[in-house]
Design a protein around this ligand. Structure first.
Ligand SMILES: [Ca+2]
Length: 267
């Protein structure tokens, strides 16, 4: 893609504007489902939160934030958005995606080729790790076995957490064409929900094939003051398996939104 597609409709237009061969591939794959949503509730998101990772586990929300000198890992009360615990990353580190696997929080960094592992109860740093490849760290989630990692391209990396061995690479495609800038991630029952940097939509990716099979347009939730802003974009997806809701937010957004996802909207 030569340029970012800010809106859902433009994302689809960009996908269909390739060569004849690309059109054929697009025609061969079904269009993604248009997902609907309803807002269950909204609650405060601490100001100046450059959200890069979000995950829900056992009644708590965890957030990783970015920017050098401001990057943190936070434990948050989802009832009211209050920060219960927080740790600061070294000033030269730009924090990125987080996930929880085997009762450990993993946190990526953008360009330092280094990650952090914490105890979820205390946010105590347990160890650091070195990236298995010279790639950037963007989003992170898990299928309960591997870390699933995005690096700003269309590739998702499945990485064994103890050895950091790369087990699989998966290309994210929309009707046959790779979609780059895959960012924050959340694995839910065989699907990976993902922010796409500089867009106001979440995509739903089949974790086996990499195909985008669902699109969720959240442009109505972007604060009006941030419309068209390149930095303060939709980013952050957490999943509460107890009620099936997503909790989403954006960089510097004043609120988290708990939303319920529906199926295809009527047309
Ligand atoms: Ca997430």
């Amino acid at each position: 893609m030569k340029q970012m597609c800010v809106f859902l409709t433009l994302l689809l237009v960009c996908t269909c504007s390739g060569t004849d061969g690309e059109m054929s591939r697009a025609d061969a794959e079904p269009k993604p489902e248009t997902l609907s949503y309803s807002i269950v509730r909204s609650f405060p998101h601490a100001p100046a939160s450059f959200t890069q990772g979000l995950v829900y586990k056992d009644g708590f929300l965890y957030e990783g934030t970015g920017q050098k000198g401001q990057s943190e890992l936070r434990k948050i009360d989802p009832a009211n958005g209050r920060i219960m615990e927080q740790v600061k990353l070294p000033r030269d580190i730009f924090g990125e995606g987080i996930t929880i696997l085997d009762d450990k929080i993993y946190q990526l960094t953008w360009t330092s080729l280094k990650g952090f592992v914490y105890d979820p109860a205390s946010l105590k740093l347990l160890r650091t790790f070195t990236f298995p490849l010279p790639i950037e760290g963007w989003g992170l989630t898990t299928d309960g076995k591997d870390l699933i990692w995005s690096d700003g391209s269309s590739t998702l990396y499945f990485i064994q957490p103890d050895t950091m061995k790369v087990k699989k690479r998966l290309t994210v495609t929309l009707q046959g064409r790779p979609i780059a800038s895959i960012n924050e991630l959340e694995y839910i029952d065989g699907q990976i929900f993902a922010n796409v940097w500089q867009t106001e939509s979440i995509v739903r990716i089949d974790a086996q094939s990499g195909r985008i099979n669902g699109l969720l347009d959240l442009s109505a939730l972007t604060p009006s003051v941030y419309k068209g802003h390149a930095d303060y974009v939709l980013n952050g997806i957490a999943y509460n398996p107890q009620n099936g809701h997503l909790i989403i937010t954006g960089k510097m957004w004043p609120h988290f939104h708990e939303i319920s996802i529906g199926g295809r909207t009527s047309k």
